[in-house]
Design a protein around this ligand. Structure first.
Ligand SMILES: *Cc1c(COP(=O)(O)O)cnc(C)c1O
Length: 425
């Protein structure tokens, strides 16, 4: 098999003789057929093909094929956003009356989705520490538990999930492990190699990498045996009346059942489709993902090491640092680097944090991460500004914390910008 940096360029779309060299954008909502009978087969899931872009589009499929290849999965799909990818991957197997186990260290948007919106839909959640031991996880299980969910390197706390342990415990209880692999990307970590069953992405971050298009992706490892756990997954293992009684796990096997069901039911009903134009942008980003991740990761590590020695900074949080409590896990799961996001805690709380950010010239203040251009955000003066210092500390956020997403600028320029800002505090 070709190396992953080669596959970033060539997996998915392969041009045949006389065809366009670049991925074609099929900007068409609909597809034409000669007979109704042919189209009927598609509606009945008897044949695979295109009929309406809300369900599937050739450009989107080629980009999902590339992401699937990079993650080492068996089938995949794109979604309109990372949020849609998280929702679909959970709701495809957990419904009203079910219970799920979720790492407490996850993206704020995912937390709201699970703790508030999915709760209203009747899905109950037990949040567990990402540092949970086997017996802690065992205790969180209930009869109606359907899955475990976590983030490889979490946004924004930068904790690292013990993938092998979480996968082992999930499988012991007959449920899949779903992993949000947005921050490492398959360049730095491939959760499927450690036992994850479903991997999802906010492609908005490093995969696009240029802050152009919001998007998401879901990849199925194709390893989870739904039929062996029939009673837990009726949606997968009993007839779907909306498709003439098809049983997904039987008809499509463990390699395809999850994605076919997710497309045929959830995409059909919720319509959170990626636009082909944006899928093209994601593909453009994917072509350079490997070299970008290498640069993001190496610059972030160098900056983190320098800042750790600066007396104006109380703490630097980056799993690639030897002093970080997740260092061993980061080395194990992300041997190529811990990506480009670091957090620093300034002495002097939110005032100093705010001043530090104002002094920066190159690094922009943005609610964004994982972009080619460096950016930063201070929760205590923006996203969490309504909270008091005490409330922030109780939530595990130091008021002086600034999250910096290290971009692709020359390392010396980044260093100068940060050091100038610190010197002027
Ligand atoms: C941004 C993000 C999401 C949500 O993705 P959107 O594309 O913004 O919907 C989910 N998970 C992680 C880890 C993220 O960073």
């Amino acid at each position: 098999m070709q190396k992953i940096d080669t596959r970033c360029l060539h997996a998915g779309y392969v041009a045949k003789n006389g065809e366009p060299r670049q991925l074609p954008i099929i900007q068409s909502t609909t597809f034409k057929y000669d007979t109704s009978e042919e189209m009927a087969k598609l509606f009945d899931l008897e044949a695979s093909g295109y009929f309406y872009t809300r369900l599937q589009n050739p450009t989107n499929d080629l980009v999902s094929k590339k992401i699937c290849d990079l993650e080492g999965g068996k089938s995949a799909m794109l979604t309109s956003s990372g949020q849609a990818a998280s929702f679909f991957s959970i709701f495809n197997i957990a419904n009203a009356g079910d219970h799920i186990i979720v790492s407490s260290s996850i993206y704020g948007g995912t937390y709201n989705l699970i703790a508030i919106t999915m709760k209203k839909m009747g899905i109950e959640t037990t949040f567990v520490s990402p540092m949970s031991k086997e017996e802690d996880l065992d205790k969180a299980f209930k009869k109606n538990t359907k899955l475990i969910f976590g983030e490889t390197i979490s946004n924004p706390a930068l904790t690292v999930l013990d993938l092998e342990l979480f996968a082992k415990v999930a499988h012991k209880h007959g449920v899949p492990l779903i992993v949000d692999n947005t921050f490492p990307t398959p360049i730095n970590c491939r959760p499927i190699e450690w036992g994850a069953d479903i991997v999802l992405h906010s492609t908005t971050k490093y995969m696009d990498g240029h802050g152009i298009s919001v998007g998401g992706a879901i990849v199925d490892a194709g390893n989870f045996d739904w039929l062996a756990n029939k009673e837990k997954f009726p949606g997968m293992c009993t007839p779907d009346e909306s498709y003439h009684g098809i049983v997904y796990a039987e008809k499509f096997g463990k390699e395809n059942a999850f994605i076919v069901k997710c497309t045929a039911q959830l995409m059909r009903d919720f319509g959170s489709i990626q636009s082909p134009q944006n899928a093209f942008y994601i593909n453009n980003g994917l072509e350079t993902l490997a070299i970008r991740m290498e640069r993001h990761s190496s610059s972030a590590l160098k900056i983190a090491e320098i800042l750790e020695k600066n007396e104006k900074i109380k703490e630097v949080i980056y799993p690639g640092l030897k002093s970080n409590k997740y260092y061993a896990l980061a080395k194990k799961y992300c041997p190529n680097g811990a990506s480009g996001v670091i957090s620093i805690i300034l002495n002097g709380g939110r005032e100093k944090a705010s001043e530090f950010m104002k002094n920066l010239e190159l690094i922009a203040i943005e609610t964004h991460v994982a972009d080619a251009k460096s950016c930063c955000l201070c929760p205590s003066v923006t996203t969490h500004r309504q909270m008091t210092d005490k409330e922030l500390l109780d939530a595990g956020i130091d008021p002086g914390l600034v999250r910096i997403s290290i971009g692709l600028e020359n390392f010396e320029d980044l260093r100068e910008d940060i050091e100038n800002s610190l010197n002027n505090l």
